[in-house]
Design a protein around this ligand. Structure first.
Ligand code: B12
Ligand code: SF4
Length: 509
């Protein structure tokens, strides 16, 4: 009897997990929709503790329905529809995931609306921005809790406290306002050594996400399959790149799932959801060479039914081994992306603090070309204390890699994000062009955006001019590269075909 009462109480508390809409600079920008992994991990953790949470991803109802808000746009349900949905659910606890600082304004607006329709609900916001700056989140009186870092344990403790009608003020890994309105930041939760189980995808409508990606609205520009899911096979990164905000969430300790668990997870996804491809979204997928090789060996068993790629930057210096690359190719690797960041060795080592030898990058580029795997590289320009000459060195290096070794470059502006060393330097030295608001970040991160850093050496406009010229040159060289490399041409053409709706919308809407 006692047992059934406990079960009943569990069903009574209603938890709504909301993924924040993704803001875009203009109506013409293409929404980038990904399965809401944050809410999925949180919901799976709550399910294991007996709760029955609901995930609400307002973006997916209609990706072509674009709404204006302040100076930005977003897709899917409008804010009024989001309010209405919250009114229907009437949750006791709302957990909003906001992983990109640029979306913080709209996450706070949802919190305001949630409290307007459902005044008694407890509202928590987590993700990168809440972790980097809980004060920004709690400046909004409608938010009760800013969650810091990984949330699988925190969310369960919060739900248990709310369910029991107890205070949540001593839960680790959160910040809140006390009785006199002062912000209290509780001790951080040390990221657990043992990673949480992989998420339960039955909690979202996966078919809808596959459909959206097929229509050209997926998160990543290169699409490798019709039914792709991401795998986070590790968390944490021991390196200290000064622009990076990832370690605030996942910590510096490199924590991994053993290769056999990763492979079992992939097998489950193939069998249950018929996936045909996997994007590894780890920050450091090959950080443990032996484990990575074991995963690659296991992936060979799925080939050719399953393709894979690493769209998030992998470290070049963990991969310079022809035999490993041959195995990677044979097991279905479609492309790899490496994080290079700068083509100026001194700036890379001294200022960015990325311990990476550019000679190794060139060596890897040669190897990839010889083995026949498409390779991409991330670069960033417009950093604080970077000179125009160093920016040009990066552009020349990226150009050289592209022309000689067919390495496709993704170049973006340095974005000063709270919680990073780079942001602190910009503030200390007065390098920010404006006070950074989420909406400004959205405009800066967009395709036609501009940098937000102004130093004695360059203006954002100068960097924009250099980037525009660089992108034009790369486009022409890319056509030449494709003419000589059939594997590359096939990957690109497939991606382009899948991205046609994006292009159509950009040019003709
Ligand atoms: C995959 C990814 C993307 C994907 C998809 C993102 C998405 N889901 O929509 C794409 C490709 C779209 C993307 C794009 C960008 N990204 Co990105 N991305 C990531 C990455 C690698 C993983 C994010 C993820 O899904 N993690 C897995 C899930 C499980 O974790 P999570 O969502 O963080 O949720 C956990 C916690 O945050 C917490 N939590 C979350 N919500 C809540 C709520 C409550 C109540 C609680 C208790 C806990 C909690 O618990 C969850 C489980 O542990 C991170 C790096 C990282 N390691 O975090 C960068 C990262 C989020 N990206 C970043 C950036 C900067 C970008 C770009 C702006 C880069 C650029 N210059 O273009 C673009 C934005 C483009 C655009 N216009 O939209 C930064 C964000 C920093 C910031 N403060 O904004 C990160 C941290 C990378 C970095 N190295 O700094 N990204
Ligand atoms: S290697 Fe990647 S994840 Fe690690 S600190 Fe540098 S940019 Fe961040």
């Amino acid at each position: 009897m006692k047992c059934s009462i406990v079960k009943l109480r569990r069903i009574v508390i209603k938890i709504l997990l909301i993924d924040t809409p993704s803001t875009m600079a203009s109506r013409k920008d293409v929404p980038r929709i990904s399965v809401p992994y944050g809410p999925l991990y949180l919901a799976s953790s709550l399910r294991r503790s007996g709760f029955l949470p609901v995930i609400y991803d307002s973006k997916i109802s209609d990706v072509r329905a674009i709404h204006a808000w302040k100076s930005v746009h977003y897709c899917g349900d409008s804010l009024d529809q989001i309010s209405a949905r919250i009114g229907i659910e009437m949750p006791d606890f709302i957990a909003i995931t906001n992983i990109l600082s640029k979306d913080t304004g709209i996450a706070l607006e949802i919190a305001r609306r949630a409290k307007a329709v459902c005044p008694k609900t407890v509202v928590a916001i987590g993700g990168s921005h809440a972790t980097a700056s809980p004060e920004d989140i709690l400046a909004c009186p409608e938010v009760d809790i800013a969650a810091i870092g990984e949330g699988e344990q925190t969310i369960v403790e919060l739900a248990q406290r709310i369910e029991a009608g107890e205070t949540f003020r001593d839960v680790k890994g959160i910040a809140f306002r006390n009785d006199i309105g002062a912000i209290v930041v509780n001790p951080q939760r040390i990221p657990a050594n043992e990673l949480p189980p992989f998420p339960d995808y039955s909690l979202v409508d996966l078919e809808r996400y596959f459909q959206i990606t097929a229509q050209g609205f997926g998160a990543r520009p290169f699409v490798i399959g019709k039914r792709t899911l991401s795998v986070f096979s590790s968390r944490g990164c021991p390196f200290r790149c000064f622009f990076c905000g990832a370690h605030a969430i996942v910590g510096r300790k490199f924590r991994t799932y053993p290769a056999d668990i990763v492979l079992q997870h992939i097998r489950d996804m193939v069998e249950r959801y018929g996936i045909d491809s996997v994007d590894f979204e780890d920050d450091n997928v090959s950080g443990d060479r032996r484990r990575f090789e074991a995963i690659v060996d296991g992936l060979a068993d799925f080939h050719p039914r399953l393709a894979w790629a690493t769209p998030n930057g992998a470290r070049a210096d963990t991969l310079t081994d022809r035999a490993l690359l041959q195995k990677m190719k044979a097991s279905g690797l479609q492309y790899l992306t490496m994080g290079v960041e700068s083509g100026d060795q001194q700036f890379l080592s001294k200022t960015i603090k990325k311990a990476l030898d550019l000679g190794v990058v060139v060596e890897l580029a040669k190897l990839f070309r010889q083995v026949g795997i498409p390779l991409n590289a991330f670069f960033i320009v417009g950093f604080p204390d970077e000179t125009l000459e160093q920016i040009n060195n990066t552009l020349s290096f990226a150009h050289m890699l592209h022309r000689r070794h067919a390495v496709y470059p993704f170049i973006s502006f340095a974005i000063p994000l709270k919680g990073t060393d780079m942001y602190r330097i910009c503030v200390d030295k007065g390098y920010l062009t404006d006070a950074i608001t989420p909406e400004l970040l959205t405009h800066s991160a967009s395709y036609k955006g501009r940098g937000l850093i102004l130093t004695r050496d360059f203006t954002p406009e100068q960097v924009s001019v250099l980037l525009r010229k660089f992108n034009r040159d790369v486009f022409i060289d890319e056509l030449k590269n494709m003419a000589f490399n059939p594997v590359l041409a096939l990957t690109r053409v497939r991606s382009i075909l899948r991205s046609l709706p994006r292009a159509w919308r950009y040019f003709f809407s």
